[in-house]
Ligand binder design. Structure first.
Ligand SMILES: C[S@@+](CC[C@H](N)C(=O)[O-])C[C@H]1O[C@@H](n2cnc3c(N)ncnc32)[C@H](O)[C@@H]1O
Length: 265
């Protein structure tokens, strides 16, 4: 399919049911799945909705944290649960490194990372990167640039608001908040080692620059979650392109219609 045809299809939100969970070196050619697999993905989303209901009916530690952070996050249950499980998993497997989020907005997910770590009695540093001025202007490297342009400056979370959230949840310690464009800040300030990397910058160039600067710092066995794989064609393109450039094969775990997670091979 031509690039423009693909852009039209992928600019419709929540098209990821069409997409393979298996990384393919050629990327785009594997995006379309047979109806049978699409149905399987719909069933997966239903499973996560049922888990969410169970969390509400039978509250536990995670549901308490969820209640605290969800008003400050654009992420749904499955992706927040993915982050929670990811932090627990790197802790349980003693994976070396810090926790990093690129694209923080109002800070809900970042706060969940710290709350989960705290509950594990794990004092890893949290690094959060954002303009804290909303989404930058997308470039035409994004296949769905026309739609993306309508979102410029949205998803705004302010630096002080995120600090205030961390303070109210008693997770101010051990965090670095780096304000500015990833393109400017990542070449200057990054952790030495990363155990969990959350990529939530929506656009092609935002995702690509994070992979360029941070992927090699993620420990083998570390967890990488990408929030916009299903929602934004640019984020998906950046991931596939990066894997293609590096010859990396990884199994993407389906979280929900947009989120994917994988363990660094
Ligand atoms: C969808 S929001 C993040 C949502 C957040 N993780 C949550 O829990 O709600 C995307 C964020 O990425 C940031 N962002 C995108 N591209 C960026 C870039 N190139 N440099 C810095 N921040 C960027 C935007 O400012 C925005 O706050």
């Amino acid at each position: 399919m031509s690039g423009s045809g693909l852009a039209q299809v992928q600019s419709i939100s929540c098209r990821p049911q069409h997409m393979s969970n298996r990384i393919d070196q050629s990327g785009i050619s594997e995006f379309y799945l047979p109806e049978r697999k699409r149905q399987r993905n719909r069933l997966r989303d239903l499973t996560s909705k049922l888990s969410h209901l169970r969390t509400i009916v039978l509250p536990g530690a995670f549901s308490r944290m969820l209640r605290q952070v969800q008003p400050y996050s654009m992420m749904g249950y499955a992706r927040l649960k993915g982050i929670h499980n990811g932090v627990q998993s790197v802790f349980a497997r003693s994976i070396d490194g810090d926790l990093v989020e690129c694209g923080t907005a109002r800070g809900g997910c970042a706060a969940l990372m710290r709350l989960t770590a705290k509950r594990c009695r794990d004092d890893r540093t949290l690094w959060v990167y954002d303009t804290f001025e909303g989404l930058p202007r997308p470039t035409d490297d994004n296949p769905d640039c026309e739609l993306a342009l309508t979102r410029e400056k949205t998803c705004l979370g302010e630096f002080d608001e995120v600090e205030a959230l961390f303070k109210s949840l008693d997770v101010l310690d051990g965090r670095h908040m780096i304000k500015g464009l990833f393109q400017d800040t990542l070449p200057e300030t990054t952790p030495d080692r990363i155990a969990l990397l959350h990529l939530d910058g929506d656009w092609y160039e935002s995702t690509h620059v994070c992979l360029d600067h941070l992927y090699d710092k993620v420990s083998t066995g570390g967890v990488i979650q990408i929030d916009d794989y299903g929602h934004w064609a640019g984020a998906r393109k950046a991931l596939h392109e990066f894997f293609g450039e590096r010859g990396i094969e990884a199994d993407l775990k389906y979280l929900d219609c947009s989120g994917r997670q994988f363990v660094k091979p």
